[in-house]
Design a protein around this ligand. Sequence first.
Ligand SMILES: *[C@@H]1O[C@H](CO)[C@@H](O)[C@H](O)[C@H]1NC(C)=O
Ligand SMILES: *[C@@H]1O[C@H](CO)[C@@H](O)[C@H](O)[C@H]1NC(C)=O
Length: 123
Amino acid sequence: MAALIESSVAILLFCLLFTKAFGACTLDNINIGTVRSGREIRGQPEWNVTVINNCPCPQSQIKLSCVGFQSATNVDPSIFLKQDDLCLLINGNPLQPFASVSFSYAWDPPFLLLPNNSMVEGC
Ligand SMILES: *[C@@H]1O[C@H](CO)[C@@H](O)[C@H](O)[C@H]1NC(C)=O
Ligand SMILES: *[C@@H]1O[C@H](CO)[C@@H](O)[C@H](O)[C@H]1NC(C)=O
């Protein structure tokens, strides 16, 4: 318990220092990597997408622009939910500092996914 509190304080301090030194986190701190998995599903290449929060603060309400997104396989809507031209990540729940979330889809060509929205929490 004490260790937990200590590490929370350490994270909070790091957060404050980081914010002071580098300014608040922005959409640039959300990095999206797409790699070909090597599998094909119903004739479409499969892509693994990893979204990383490269910010020492949690970020929630992460939305990616995903114009025209579709997939030959099911994408778990609790991870990636299409809402028109934007897709909501993990139901808008916070993505912890330096944590990542991954999902796969199958389509050709792959979609250009770009961060569109996030709320920086606690810093
Ligand atoms: C793609 O994702 C699948 C399912 O999570 C995983 O088994 C596979 O190793 C990943 N492939 C690459 C190239 O990242
Ligand atoms: C976010 O999406 C909206 C609606 O599609 C768009 O008008 C806006 O330009 C986007 N902003 C960024 C930063 O991509």
